[in-house]
Structure formats: structure tokens, C-alpha cells
Ligand binder design. Structure first.
Ligand code: FUL
Length: 474
């Protein structure tokens, strides 16, 4: 056991994984012919003539994302119906044969430009499953798919993520495709080495459901076999309905415990992403206008995922080409609530000490400098340790934020938050993994002495930042 745990403690993220993790909260945009047919899955026979978003404005999308506090946006450049939102030279099934901007339009280009203008990273979803393309089901299709990837990865500036869905249904001639995953990955690494390949790829793991649910312990260090594509295909959406949005797969709750790791031959950094939609469907349906998730539901998903997982929240544009007013207002509300909550770190100005520190450069003061690249750590081998804060005056708070220095691994297995009652230390909350970020909520307490007791870790814990905040009641 010990040898595996030492190994696990030293598995670290790649620079592209680290950059992706820091985005924290991102947008998914599902937009295609389905938006006009009121369906979730198109069958590939849709005429490009129906694609006509008369008020299309990617800057409105970007503004909504900014308002919410999102830092990236992933657009469905091509969904299962095969319709391309850019004028691909490899198919006629695209915007170039639609009335949109008289066939001169390019939704990918306008979205990429809006993202650049608003300071958002831009990513693409390209469905390998294509129900329109005649070559689907043959080796030629893999060439076609790589050509499309080349177009998208060469002509639209920096791409931070290529999102591959595992669905592999039948093409127009009833055949299924054997996907050349490694060939696809090669093209991405060549043209956009900074991009993560998500879900059916080596960099980002699908959290396993589309309901916004996360595991209590969402480890980023997991057995390498989890990268197997089949598992993902097996568990992703199978039917053209909205049942996915409330289905949670409870199997595999534990992916990264000591027991799990001991049974694995290879370990990898494979962090989770939580993808879910603000409405029941991925695409816009007018009849779901009254089913936009509430602020409360969104905050629940946010606090459950942001941090150790990245949250990818879908905002489906309407047939006009705009994010619906209700969804836009909800995103503004969410952003305002989060900005208000995180405005003031109540731990700032505290005197801070630790039971042990490796050296002066890794003292507990590193926890309050707001930098992710400096951190406190005790000596290697010290698996339990405590940091204590004495505030200038008592403060009321109900949210704790901890960040590990994940550039040197994910170490913390469990910790407690305690306050001094005047007589003794009282535990007010406890939790498991921290990783990039852990946001822990509890009932409001007031204290001027607070400590974080790390009760188990791998080799030794690290902490880069600590924050104490007050969430206003809704
Ligand atoms: C699934 C697809 O089938 C859905 O339509 C949606 O794009 C979702 C994000 O991935 O597998």
C-alpha cells in the first residue's frame, strides 16, 4: 500500500490540465439544426435551409457568460446531425447552404471573435458520430473527421478544449464507425498543444452523469484504466430525450481511494468535469422556458463541482440566436451572488501559524498571499498537521475555501474545520479531498480563532490558499 500512495502523491497535472482547471466555471453552447426542429438529436436529413438565426449575436452569449463569472465557452461546431456551424470545405451540410448571413456566415468564427473580445477561452465540441456524412462507417470517415478537426484547429485562433462525445450510433447507411481516437488526438496535439481533450480523451474525465452531481471525494489521481473510451460510451446519453438531466450513475462512487489505487497498475492525473444544462434539454425548446434551473439549484451545483471539478454549464440559444432572457437574467443573478460572496476574504489580516513547516519559504503565511504558486507544507512524512488563524476580531462566516498546490500533486484525504469556543476546539465541518479547490459550506458561525486540521494525507499535505467567506441567505 505505502509505495502506491507515495506514487499517487507525486502524480501531477500537465500544464494544459492546470490551465483548464483554473477556468473553474465554463459554458457549453448547444446550437444547430435541432434548435429549429425542436429536437435533441437531429437525424442528418435536416435541410440547411432551416438554419436561420435572424438575431444571432455571439457577443450576447459572451456577455451572459461574463456576467455569470464563466471563463470559457465550448460551442457545438457539429452535433450528431452532422450540420457544421462553419463553412467546412469537406461537406455541403453547413451554414454555407443556409439563409444565415446569406450563406456567408460562420458561427464558429463569430463565437471565437466574441470570446476573444470578452476575455473568454474558446473551445469546440465536434461530434464524432455523424448521421449525415455518407462516408461514416468507413476508414475514409476518419480522414474526413481529421480534416474537419484541422479546419477548426487552424482557422479560429487558440482553442482551449476539444470536447469529444463518445456516442457512436449508426450513420446514414446504417453503419457504425470505428473511431481513430489516437489519430484524432495527434491532430489536436500538433495544431493546438495547449488544448485539453475532454471526455473521450486523455486530459479531462467525464464525471459520469449529466445531472450536475459530484462525488463527495472527487479525486484527480485515479487508475489509468478510467481513460478507456468504452466506459464513457456505455454511460453517456443513449436516447433522444431529456432523461439524462436527472439521471445519476451511482456506481463507481469511489475512484481514487487508497484501496482503488492499490488495485491499479498505472495512475494518472485525470480530473473531472461536470457538464449539465440550465434547462432539461441540451438544445433550446420553448416549452422548457419555465424549467430554467433556479438560483438555488445552480448554487448547489456550483458549490458541489467548482474547485476540484470544472463546471461546464449549458446555455442553449433560441432559434433567434440569442440566449433566452430568463437564462441570461439567471446567469447575471448567479454571477452577482458569487461576486458578492467572494468579495471579501475574512481570513485576510489574520495571524497564522502551523504545527510544522518545511522551511521559511513554505510557512503558513503563504496561505494568505492569494497566490496559487506559493504554499505551506510540513516535512515529507508528516501526514497530519494543523494551521491556525487568529483574526483581529470575531467574524461570522459560513464558507471555507481551501486550495492545495496541485502542481506538486493532490495529497489531502480528510480535514476538519474547527473554531475556538472559549473553552475548547469545536469541529464545525469536515470533509475529504481538497485538490485544486474545495468549497465547504456550513451554518454560520462567529469566531476569532479558527483552525484547519488535516487528519490524513498522502506523504504530506500542501495548502496554497485559505479563504473564509459569508454567504448571504437567498
Ligand atoms: C451527449 C450528446 O448525445 C448530447 O446531445 C449532448 O451533446 C451531451 C453533452 O453529450 O452525449
Amino acid at each position: 500500500m505505502e509505495e502506491v500512495i507515495v506514487r499517487a502523491a507525486h502524480v501531477t497535472p500537465s500544464p494544459r490540465q492546470l490551465a483548464w482547471q483554473r477556468l473553474e466555471f465554463t459554458a457549453f453552447i448547444h446550437f444547430t439544426v435541432n434548435t429549429f426542429t425542436d429536437r435533441e438529436w437531429g437525424d442528418g436529413t435536416e435541410s440547411p435551409a432551416i438554419f436561420n438565426p435572424t438575431r444571432f449575436d455571439a457577443r450576447q452569449w459572451a456577455q451572459v457568460c461574463k456576467d455569470a463569472g464563466m471563463k470559457g465557452l465550448i460551442l457545438t461546431a457539429k452535433h450528431h446531425d452532422g450540420f457544421c456551424l462553419w463553412p467546412s470545405q469537406y461537406t455541403e451540410h453547413s451554414v454555407k447552404n443556409s439563409p444565415f448571413r446569406d450563406g456567408k456566415g460562420d458561427v464558429v468564427a463569430e463565437t471565437a471573435a466574441a470570446c476573444r473580445e470578452y476575455g473568454l477561452k474558446f473551445g469546440i465540441y465536434l461530434s464524432p458520430w455523424d448521421r449525415h456524412e455518407a462516408t461514416y462507417g468507413s476508414e475514409q470517415y476518419n480522414v474526413h473527421f481529421k480534416n474537419q478537426l484541422r479546419e477548426l484547429l487552424s482557422n479560429y485562433g487558440d482553442i482551449y478544449c476539444v470536447w469529444f462525445d463518445g456516442a457512436c450510433g449508426e450513420g446514414p447507411n446504417g453503419k457504425r464507425q470505428v473511431y481513430d481516437w489516437d489519430g484524432y488526438y495527434e491532430v489536436i496535439r500538433e495544431l493546438q498543444p495547449g488544448a485539453v481533450i475532454s471526455v473521450c480523451g486523455p486530459d479531462v474525465r467525464w464525471c459520469g452523469n449529466e445531472a450536475g452531481h459530484t462525488r463527495p471525494s472527487e479525486w484527480s489521481v485515479v487508475p489509468a484504466y478510467l481513460r478507456d473510451q468504452e466506459k464513457i460510451i456505455e454511460k453517456s446519453q443513449h436516447e433522444d430525450d431529456a432523461e439524462f438531466s436527472h439521471r445519476v450513475t451511482t456506481q463507481d462512487q469511489d475512484l481514487g481511494s487508497r484501496e482503488r489505487l492499490c488495485a491499479a497498475s498505472e495512475l494518472v492525473w485525470y480530473p473531472a468535469e461536470v457538464d449539465t444544462s440550465i434547462r432539461p434539454g441540451w438544445f433550446y425548446h420553448a416549452e422548457q422556458d419555465s424549467q430554467v434551473k433556479s438560483l438555488e439549484q445552480l448554487l448547489e451545483i456550483y458549490y458541489g463541482s467548482v474547485g476540484n471539478a470544472v463546471l461546464l454549464l449549458n446555455l442553449p440559444p433560441t432559434p433567434e440566436g440569442l440566449i433566452h432572457g430568463t437564462d441570461a437574467a439567471r446567469m447575471r443573478e448567479l454571477g452577482e451572488t458569487l461576486r458578492e460572496t467572494f468579495r471579501e476574504n475574512l481570513a485576510a489580516g489574520a495571524a497564522i501559524s502551523a504545527t510544522e513547516s518545511l522551511d521559511v519559504g513554505h510557512g503558513p503565511d503563504q496561505l494568505l498571499d492569494g497566490s496559487e504558486s506559493t504554499y505551506w507544507t510540513p516535512n515529507p512524512g508528516t501526514e497530519k498537521a494543523m494551521v491556525e488563524l487568529t483574526l483581529p476580531e470575531p467574524k461570522s462566516f459560513n464558507l471555507l475555501m481551501l486550495q492545495e498546490h496541485i502542481a506538486c500533486g493532490q495529497r489531502i484525504e480528510s480535514f476538519k474545520l474547527q473554531i475556538w469556543s472559549g473553552l475548547q476546539w469545536e469541529t464545525i465541518a469536515e470533509s475529504t479531498v481538497v485538490g485544486y479547490k474545495r468549497l465547504l459550506r456550513f451554518d454560520t458561525v462567529t469566531a476569532d480563532r479558527v483552525r484547519v486540521a488535516i487528519t490524513s494525507s498522502r506523504v504530506c499535505p500542501t495548502l496554497a490558499n485559505i479563504g473564509m467567506y459569508y454567504r448571504q441567505p437567498l
